[in-house]
Ligand binder design. Structure first.
Ligand code: MSP
Length: 515
């Protein structure tokens, strides 16, 4: 079995419905997955939902329904999201599933048996309202805990701890030895600095009296495991990992063929969750260094410079945007107006502006005018012509640049090169002026050549754009009257048949009029 390109997204908390930030992460991962499928690679794309935990328990209580019922509703919205966005995944992770529970408990038991998990007593100030222990970070400038914490009491609580700090030196060495452990570079530096500061172990449990919406510890039924041992394990439990096998080489081939993964996560969950806890968890259960996942860390979509959050009431609903402007319009905006790794500010005006300028006026117009001219001047037929065209060289250049940008996950650069190429093609139309050539019978050969070059350019664009805007790509191929099945290697110049009849022009991206 050839190795599979394995990609995951973070699993989304089911305490509130999806927003445009969740949509971005899904689309980013989908574009990368589609690009690898286009290269002819076997792809396994895993995404899903994080259903347990305190926040869910609290939200469910507020809504007056049992947590299981509450997560069902929100999970459905997260299931609807990829459908709406045309995001195609191979496996869906739900952390309440038995398959997942079994793996989480298997790992916990193993670590417990090996002495990597121990019980200890914690004492400190506890907020009854927020149901958490407070640290000095939560104190206000006056040194007191603010009124938002409600009643504060001194508590002693027993919990289970994972020996995190014992692996600190290993993690430092691993990061130093692997330059692309985290992308982009500045996030790897951020992680390195955070690892230096590791002190103490990780509390991995909550007494059931405080939280019962979680996976029970296999060695103590009075506790559930809290957040990370549950959530992070999804990346292997849904990829076929067998927790009864302690070495990677004894894992089923279905798992070994996939692992390690490229993990797409937001900047907020690199430190400490993925960069520290997850890598150390994997190391502790026997994953060798060359089997550590690579972390691709994206930035955030903000609103007016501020974080989007349900409590701030500034959530942007991706379903509304996709219905209003089309899925491809939303995908295009989310992918092109943010540089992978950086933050961006969401603006509906900007979405419309980019759609009209790049998709309607540039790419859509190119397809429409090309097809119209081929029908008007040549009864819908394009004929392969000899002779060099500067666009052939530009197209080859585009394929190289596109491939380079995509393999570095710089999807915004890849798509922008593509739109630049469409603009160049439109300039080519202006310069070669087919409407003038059509009036001069002696220049019939030149007209054939121009029309062929344009149709061929559109075919190359149609191949490349399929990773980003699958519906547009499908429509381009439909209008070019070509089969919608291709690989990246088909973006090579000269793929159009000798004599080929194009389909009818239909506006690809109708302009969005604003009044
Ligand atoms: N459940 C945890 C992750 C567990 S992974 C084992 C979680 N969930 S989340 O719903 O809060 O966030 C899910 C993903 O969406 C994260 O990668 C997060 O960074 C991303 N985003 C949340 N808000 C975002 C924006 N405003 N913009 C871009 N991505 C954002 O964290």
């Amino acid at each position: 079995m050839p190795k599979t390109f394995f990609i995951t997204t973070a699993i989304d908390y089911t305490n509130s419905p999806p927003h445009v930030g969740h949509a971005y992460e899904k689309v980013l991962a989908d574009v990368i997955a589609r690009y690898h499928r286009l290269k002819g690679e076997n792809v396994f794309f895993l995404t899903g939902v994080d259903q347990h935990g305190q926040k869910v328990q609290q939200s469910a209580a507020k809504a007056g329904v049992p947590p299981a019922e509450f997560v069902k509703d929100i999970t459905q919205k997260f299931l609807d999201l990829p459908k709406k966005l045309n995001v195609v995944y191979d496996e869906w992770a739900e952390t309440t599933s038995d398959r997942h529970k079994k793996v989480v408990q298997g790992i916990l038991q193993r670590l417990f048996d090996e002495g990597q998990i121990y019980k200890d007593k914690q004492s400190g100030y506890y907020s009854v309202r927020q149901e958490q222990f407070l640290t000095d970070k939560e104190r206000g400038p006056d040194g007191q805990f603010g009124p938002e914490w409600g009643e504060i009491e001194f508590r002693e609580e027993e919990n289970y701890y994972f020996k995190l700090s014992k692996h600190k030196e290993w993690l430092l060495r691993y990061i130093d030895n692997r330059k692309d452990a985290v992308i982009p570079d500045f996030r790897q530096t951020e992680l390195r600095n955070a690892v230096e500061r590791i002190s103490g172990d990780l509390c991995i449990s909550r007494p059931k009296s405080r939280l019962d919406w979680g996976i029970e510890l296999p060695f103590d039924k009075d506790f559930v495991t809290y957040v990370w041992f549950d959530a992070l394990t999804n990346y292997i439990s849904f990829a076929g990992y067998d927790s009864s096998q302690s070495t990677l080489s004894s894992q089923p081939s279905t798992f070994r063929d996939k692992w390690p993964a490229l993990q797409v996560i937001g900047k907020d969950i690199l430190v400490p969750a993925h960069g520290i806890y997850w890598l150390i968890m994997l190391h502790a259960i026997g994953f060798p260094d060359d089997q550590m996942p690579q972390l691709l860390v994206h930035g955030w979509w903000n609103l007016g410079g501020a974080k989007m959050s349900k409590s701030a009431g500034n959530i942007i609903d991706p379903f509304v945007l996709a219905d209003k402007y089309s899925t491809d319009a939303l995908r295009y905006y989310l992918i092109s107006d943010i540089a992978t790794g950086q933050d961006a500010d969401f603006s509906e005006e900007r979405l419309i502006e980019r759609y009209n300028a790049d998709l309607a006026n540039s790419l859509g117009n190119l397809l429409n005018r090309t097809l119209n001219m081929v029908h008007r001047y040549r009864d819908g037929f394009v004929t392969r012509t000899g002779g060099e065209s500067p666009l052939a060289a530009q197209a080859a250049d585009l394929v190289r640049q596109y491939d380079r940008a995509m393999s570095r996950f710089e999807v915004h650069t890849a798509i922008s090169r593509l739109i630049d190429f469409a603009t160049i093609c439109n300039t080519y139309v202006e310069i070669s002026a087919p409407w003038k050539l059509a009036k001069d019978p002696e220049r019939a050969g030149t007209l054939d050549h121009v029309l062929f070059v344009l149709a061929e350019s559109l075919r190359v664009i149609g191949v490349l754009i399929s990773a980003t805007l699958p519906t547009a790509s499908h429509n381009i191929f439909y209008q070019l009257n070509l089969p919608d099945e291709f690989k990246l290697s088909d973006a090579t110049w000269g793929g159009l048949p000798e004599k080929h009849r194009l389909g009818k022009p239909v506006p690809l991206f109708p302009r969005v009029e604003t009044t």
